[in-house]
Design a protein around this ligand. Structure first.
Ligand code: SF4
Length: 574
């Protein structure tokens, strides 16, 4: 039989059409997918019993309550705990993918000294030598933990300094500390009782304070309502996600926030819309209008609108003193729905140390000259990766993951997600004191070691973090105040022993103090603070990201663009 070119073409067309309707190509595609997901270096969760435990995310200072699904002792999934009063079931995208982080290819698995593999023994010897030769500084990203007490004890004995990298929320509360003497770390926003919030650029719906705290309030009392119970007025140049969802968006140029705050205060005082709580700004209304581009009438209308639904509180995104002074004029300091000190009950000094992120006046890294002249700087793994100490000292950086391009002398592998026992003090800007414990649910790799454990190895007389946590629980039990929120809410007064309290905390419950009492915090302000243009933040770190992102978080938050970028580039300029 003679085979023509036309026969061949017809045959191959038929074969191609036939292949598509047979399962062969799809089976091949499926197999290739499976093969490519099963390379020997890709981690395979061990088969074993599945259990669900309750704990806390410790990747940033917010300490969200989470439910952790464990398979054969490894975390394989997380979700929020709706009964948790801190985050009310919400987690950020990083928290949702946190269980993937321990498997990340950039997980640090060995001590590195200037890019070469070294050992813990050499690192310990180098740090001990440095701390004997000159001053040392320890930098902490999550102050108030038992580990933080170990750091403070170490530097006290060696004559060094303890410094904290501030979050944006605590920076915004710094002016009240200057005017009242009450530490910013003990202040918070009583958001739950406010009816009007004037946010000067704070990303209230995009990662501000603990996930779920403001967003749940907003969903219950504002979302989709033409006349919301909670009015959010967003003062910001770009139409950010928060601005787009706010009840009112007030676009003003970057740096004109202080002028608007002064203009609003002037109208409030001139028109007697508030009792006189503070000084009259020197800026005239005409100047405020010129700087903000809003017009005199618009500023007057805004001032009248703000006070028409009290309680009202102004929220800054940095330590701009003019916005804090506006709160003084509004009478929003030390009152329900405003800026409050946290606890109704006075706690003993020991318990204050346990529950508060910074027990006394904390020294931030950017305010200390000692870091520049230090012989050695130890950076804890809780410090954001992109923090670079302004120093030529020998730098010992603890981290669970290598975020790349870090100029440090020693890179020291720390325990990863839920691999180390830690306590969780009150979240930044919270109005209520809380305390929780996150036990080590997963086994840390043998090469991992936390900074506190490292220091105890150098100075065995230091009290280890585990013992400090136990002492803190004893202190809280003795206070006999507050409620333990677990499966159900249990007042501490009904617990029979400290063991009962510890058991509940170890099982994922959280101790919550009673709500704040108004009137016990005052700011004395004799003259309107001077601000020349925009106020630069001390060290603006709006996002507390891990050095690397888990795949789930990348999907949720980078590729999807669901989260506003720190630069606000997703927002349109007004
Ligand atoms: S906000 Fe912080 S503590 Fe909460 S889930 Fe995200 S990373 Fe974890």
């Amino acid at each position: 039989m003679k085979l023509t070119r036309r026969d061949l073409l017809v045959w191959s067309a038929g074969a191609t059409a036939g292949l598509i309707v047979t399962p062969v190509p799809w089976k091949l595609l499926d197999d290739v997918s499976i093969w490519t997901q099963n390379w020997k270096w890709i981690p395979q969760p061990t088969r074993g019993p599945v259990e669900v435990k309750q704990s806390f995310c410790t990747l940033c200072p917010k300490g969200c309550g989470m439910r952790v699904r464990m398979a054969a002792g490894w975390p394989v999934g997380v979700s929020g705990v709706s009964s948790n009063p801190i985050n009310r079931g919400a987690l950020c995208p990083l928290g949702f993918g946190a269980h993937q982080l321990n498997w990340h290819p950039q997980r640090l698995r060995a001590v590195r000294h200037r890019a070469t593999t070294s050992s813990w023994g050499e690192a310990r010897a180098a740090f001990a030598k440095a701390s004997g030769e000159g001053p040392i500084v320890i930098v902490d990203g999550q102050p108030g933990r038992a580990a933080s007490s170990v750091f403070q004890a170490f530097v006290q004995k060696r004559g060094g300094s303890y410094r904290v990298v501030p979050g944006a929320e605590n920076q915004a509360l710094a002016p009240y500390e200057n005017w009242s003497g009450v530490p910013a770390s003990t202040l918070g926003y009583d958001l739950e009782n406010a009816q009007t919030m004037v946010s000067f650029g704070a990303p209230l719906l995009d990662g501000w304070v603990t996930p779920g705290r403001f967003t749940r309030l907003w969903a219950e009392r504002a979302a989709g309502m033409a006349e919301p119970q909670l009015r959010l007025i967003q003062v910001e140049s770009p139409l950010s996600r928060t601005a787009a969802r706010a009840w009112r968006w007030v676009p003003v140029p970057d740096g004109a926030e202080a002028a608007l705050a002064a203009g609003l205060a002037r109208v409030l005082l001139d028109e007697r819309l508030v009792p006189a709580h503070g000084p009259v700004p020197s800026l005239t209304l005409a100047d405020a209008a010129a700087q903000t581009g809003l017009g005199i009438n618009a500023i007057q209308d805004l001032a009248r609108t703000i006070v028409s639904r009290p309680p009202v509180v102004a929220i800054a995104n940095d330590q701009n003193p003019a916005i804090a002074a506006l709160n003084v004029v509004l009478g929003a300091v030390g009152v329900r729905g405003g800026i409050v000190t946290r606890s109704r009950h006075t706690l003993s000094a020991q318990s204050v140390q346990a529950v508060r992120a910074a027990p006394s006046h904390v020294s931030y890294v950017s305010t200390g000259a000692d870091i520049i002249s230090a012989r050695a700087v130890l950076i804890d793994s809780t410090v954001p990766w992109d923090f670079t100490p302004p120093t030529d000292a020998e730098v010992f950086h603890f981290a669970a993951w290598d975020g790349g391009s870090s100029k440090v002398d020693w890179l020291l592998p720390a325990p990863g997600f839920l691999e180390e026992l830690t306590d969780v003090p009150t979240a930044p800007a919270s109005a209520i004191d809380t305390y929780a414990v996150a036990p080590a649910l997963a086994k840390a790799p043998p090469e991992g070691q936390g900074a506190a454990q490292f220091l105890v190895g150098i100075d065995p007389h230091l009290i280890p973090a585990e013992k400090i946590i136990h002492t803190r629980c004893e202190g809280l039990f003795r206070e006999r105040v507050g409620t333990v929120h677990g499966q159900e809410a249990t007042p501490v007064t009904t617990l029979a022993s400290v063991q009962q309290l510890e058991e509940r905390l170890w099982e994922g419950a959280v101790w919550v103090n009673d709500p704040p009492r108004s009137g016990d915090f005052r700011c004395e302000l004799s003259e309107w603070p001077k601000t020349a243009g925009p106020v630069p933040p001390v060290n603006r770190l709006p996002t507390w990201l891990a050095p690397v992102l888990p795949p789930l978080a990348s999907k949720l938050y980078q590729e999807s663009g669901l989260r506003e970028s720190p630069e606000g580039e997703n927002g349109r300029k007004a």
